[in-house]
Design a protein around this ligand. Structure first.
Ligand code: SAM
Ligand code: SF4
Length: 508
């Protein structure tokens, strides 16, 4: 699977199928589907699947689940689109640039399908995810190379949709089905889990009821739904049994989680994290993305009590101006945000914060923008994503008359990113000499080197044997590079929790 995060500029500086059974072939000049014979011989050979994932971690998770489901249909994954029989683009609709990227990729797919057709191969192209949900049939009209369109709540129906595309030439499913897709999805094999590394995502909550005026998520992902506790814990156990050491619980509004527990009561995210930490093999827990309004006492207490819960909180604020926050329908003020941060920091003094920002929301004045710069200085984020406001069809903010000119958005984004970078650099510089627990994930760039992640998600390069992949080791930071920390293994990991990087906040 390949992953592309679109339009985001993460300010952390440390970062980071001739599918024979469709019975169709492609008419080479147009890339359009035309019937072919699905011979049993071709069907018995393993078919290859390439999934390209755009956007957020939820899409990465969904892409894995699609691959797991299609594995039961005989598909094996390939990293190369050129050799695939089925190509799935799992798309993101959050900003205009994200959706446009999909259409330019479909242009490339058309050429790839034509080349395959010249070799007598048939490639099926599917568009999944939020662009599929938002645009439906229109995708096939605009890009006839596409055989199948499936929304994020219907991808458990992929095998049936592939059969329908075979029969009818194309298939579109953008429903919000009554059934829960998670009940129909195949679990990953041990090999698939191992191939995906020692850190994994699990979707625990989907959809959103908050309706921020700039955001398409409530329309593309639907209403907020939490998965039951026992399903999530079962998934964490399965991952841990196959060597996963770090799990990130994900959701559009993950801290609004309210899933049914085995005892029949509704569990909060705090309680779910507490219980997940008890699963043997799980060394680290994270969660994302949180909303400032949904930070409750159980989550604060989990940060205080659960050592496996990493001291990094991604808490989008979007703007520092109360006027703009109200217009965005965020339903909190800048002071509420700072109070939530204060409660979390009191519970976990070594907590670092990251965030999301939007500049140039309709009506944003220079004074509003300065309030955003003020909150950056006040919190001292260790990293952040920052975006120019992108009008999304069907959202209330998109039809406002007071849109901010592009040139102003560009200039504000530059100033905001400079401010974020300043704090991020200070945060990273403060790590020099500190000793952290590092989860070693994979070989590094140089021989004998491994790369892992600090508690703050910074990549850390360290000399260590491959046998230590999947282990948490203590590393003392000896050098701070532009994209990663470098360190040497320390005697023990005991002091890792006491390593408190400098706060970069104003007045700290
Ligand atoms: N649920 C999370 C929250 O409440 O902050 C955010 C989820 S959204 C998928 C990720 C980020 O994309 C948002 O925090 C916001 O900064 C950005 N975003 C969403 N809609 C946008 C738009 N129309 N233009 C620019 N950025 C946008
Ligand atoms: Fe979008 Fe997050 Fe607002 Fe929901 S809370 S509408 S996902 S930005």
């Amino acid at each position: 699977m390949t992953v592309e995060r679109i339009g985001d500029r993460r300010q952390d500086g440390m970062s980071e199928t001739g599918m024979s059974d469709t019975g169709m072939s492609r008419d080479a000049p147009s890339g359009r589907a035309a019937p072919i014979d699905a011979s049993p011989t071709r069907m018995s050979s393993p078919r290859k699947l390439h999934v390209k994932s755009y956007g957020c971690q939820m899409n990465v998770y969904d892409s894995h689940r699609m691959a797991d489901l299609l594995a039961t249909e005989g598909f094996v994954e390939t990293g190369s689109p050129e050799e695939a029989d089925l190509i799935i683009l799992n798309t993101c609709h959050i900003r205009e640039k994200a959706a446009e990227k999909v259409y330019s990729e479909l242009g490339r797919m058309r050429k790839l399908c034509q080349a395959a057709a010249r070799d007598g191969r048939r490639v099926t192209v599917a568009v999944a995810g939020c662009v599929a949900q938002a645009e439906g049939e229109e995708i096939i009209r605009r890009a006839p190379v596409v055989d199948l369109v499936v929304g994020p709540q219907s991808y458990h129906r992929l095998p049936a949709l592939l059969a329908r595309a075979t029969r009818d030439g194309r298939a579109v499913d953008t429903e919000f089905p009554a059934e829960d897709k998670f009940d129909f999805l195949a679990p990953p094999s041990r090999e698939a889990i191992r191939g995906r590394g020692v850190a994994s995502f699990i979707t625990v909550q989907e959809g959103c009821d908050k309706f921020c005026t700039f955001c398409v998520v409530p329309y593309t992902r639907g209403a907020e739904v939490s998965r039951p506790v026992d399903r999530i814990l079962g998934e964490v156990e399965r991952l841990a049994a196959s060597g996963v050491r770090e799990v990130t619980l994900i959701g559009q509004n993950v801290n609004a989680y309210h899933g049914q527990g085995p005892d029949g009561t509704m569990w909060t995210l705090g309680r779910l994290l507490r219980r997940s930490a008890e699963i043997p093999g799980i060394a680290r827990l994270r969660y994302t993305t949180s909303h400032p309004r949904d930070i409750d006492a159980s989550l604060v207490a989990a940060h205080r009590d659960v050592a496996a819960l990493m001291p990094l909180l991604h808490l989008p604020v979007q703007s520092g101006s109360d006027r703009i926050l109200a217009a965005m329908n965020r339903r909190h003020t800048a002071a509420d945000y700072l109070a939530a941060v204060g409660r979390m920091r009191a519970a976990r003094p070594d907590l670092a914060l990251s965030s999301d920002f939007i500049v140039g929301f309709p009506g944003e004045t220079e004074e509003d923008f300065r309030e955003t710069l003020r909150i950056v200085d006040e919190v001292g984020f260790c990293s952040a994503f920052s975006f120019k406001y992108s009008p999304r069809p069907g959202t209330p903010a998109a039809i406002r008359a007071d849109q901010v000119p592009e040139i102003v958005k560009t200039e504000r984004l530059r100033r905001l990113q400079a401010a974020i970078e300043h704090h991020q650099k200070a945060f990273n510089a403060g790590c020099l000499g500190a000793t952290f627990d590092v989860l070693l994930e994979k070989p590094g760039r140089h021989p004998g080197q491994l790369v892992g992640r600090s508690p703050y998600l910074q990549p850390v390069q360290v000399m260590a044997p491959p046998s230590l992949i999947g282990e948490v080791v203590a590393v003392t930071v000896t050098r701070v590079g532009p994209n990663s920390l470098h360190g040497t293994r320390a005697a023990s990991a005991d002091h890792a929790r006491s390593a408190e990087p400098v706060s970069t906040a104003a007045g700290a």
